[in-house]
Design a protein around this ligand. Structure first.
Ligand code: 13P
Length: 338
């Protein structure tokens, strides 16, 4: 795989006006999402729901790529078209989550380490054969009493870098996702401090592992107060703190930064991205790779009933259009009513 291909794939993933749909919920996570609409998490329901998202007409104007889960990458639409081909034919780049989840970090109560490095080289080769062109690995950093520890940040940064190097070796663009969780009552200042520490360790390890920064995409969380913090920052404050933190830690060689939504509502995640892009030019594209924020309205409209597919697709297209406008700082409240 010529490295030029990885560069152009990374750039295409953050093309102007476009961002990534995270539809890579693991079995326990998709069960949680389906429980919220009283739908059983059967293989067919998961397949049908992903088909609904992937076949939404017009969404390719706003969505550059989709992160799938192992099972989904092997699934096909009702007409037999494998999902990776269905997406590529629509001009959407297929990707896949390759970590096997965040597990308790031994010796460090309440902290987690992401697993999945064993056998990863072989799995990456298979994913590439199945049609994936990029991958994702998520590390989780929790803020609480006495945490995160430097050790937890370092262990996760090291694993992220090992994954990213293997992914590039396999001809797949890595999405490097260090998520600082919104869980807790911490202030936005503590979030900024630990996000800055996390990102600087991550880039130190990426460079040490000889990862090409122009052939990857960063997926961070926004700098935001914990969801139980009584003092929530304004949209403008979140935008300023997030961009300031990224400018201090993310080299300009990285083509794009795609945020996770992390439990923010669809509208707030749209407003935050919009405010960041309205701040002016940045050295990288500032885009989205939302899971819940892109899907929650569609999921509620679908309710597991095939009669609701059209309404659910309308909801997904609507949110994609809003978030796409936020890529230019052009999202307005009036778009919600449209
Ligand atoms: P959320 O936008 O729901 O946080 O999901 C993004 C993601 O891929 C988390 O790993």
């Amino acid at each position: 795989m010529a490295s030029n291909d990885l560069k152009s794939t990374a750039r295409a993933m953050v093309a102007p006006g476009k961002g990534i749909l995270a539809a890579d919920e693991s079995f326990p996570t998709i069960k949680k999402r389906f429980d919220s609409i009283d739908v059983e998490s059967t293989e067919e329901n998961r397949r049908a729901y992903r088909e609904l998202l992937f076949t939404t007409a017009g969404v390719e104007a706003h969505i550059s790529g989709v992160i799938t889960f192992d099972e989904t990458l092997r699934h096909a639409a009702a007409d037999g078209t494998p999902f990776p081909r269905l997406l590529s034919d629509a001009g959407i780049i297929p990707g896949v989550k390759v970590d096997s989840g965040a597990k308790p970090l031994a010796g460090y109560p309440d902290e987690k380490i992401t697993e999945g490095l064993d056998g990863l080289r072989d799995r990456l080769a298979e994913y590439r054969d199945l049609g994936a062109r990029f991958t994702k690995w998520r590390a989780v950093i929790k803020i609480g009493h006495g945490i995160p520890t430097g050790f937890c940040i370092d262990a996760n940064a090291h694993a992220l870098a090992r994954y990213a190097a293997l992914s590039q070796e396999a001809g797949l663009v890595p999405i490097v996702e260090p998520e600082v969780l919104m869980d807790g009552d911490h202030s936005i200042e503590r979030c900024e401090k630990f996000t800055e520490a996390t990102l600087s360790h991550v880039f130190f390890q990426l460079l040490a592992h000889r990862v090409a920064l122009d052939e990857m995409v960063l997926k961070p969380s926004m700098v935001i107060a914990g969801k139980d913090c009584p003092e929530q920052a304004s949209i403008a404050e979140v935008a300023q703190a997030t961009v300031r933190c990224l400018l201090r830690t993310v080299p300009a060689a990285v083509p794009g930064i795609v945020f996770l939504s992390g439990g923010q509502s669809a509208k707030l995640a749209t407003q935050h991205l919009n405010a960041m892009n309205a701040l002016g030019d940045h050295p990288w594209e500032l885009s989205f790779s939302y899971g819940r924020a892109l899907q929650e309205e569609a999921l509620k409209a679908w309710k597991g009933d095939s009669a609701n597919v059209g309404t659910a697709q309308d909801a997904f297209l609507h949110r994609s259009r809003c978030v796409s406008a936020a890529r230019y700082g052009e999202y307005t409240e009036a778009m919600e009513a449209a």
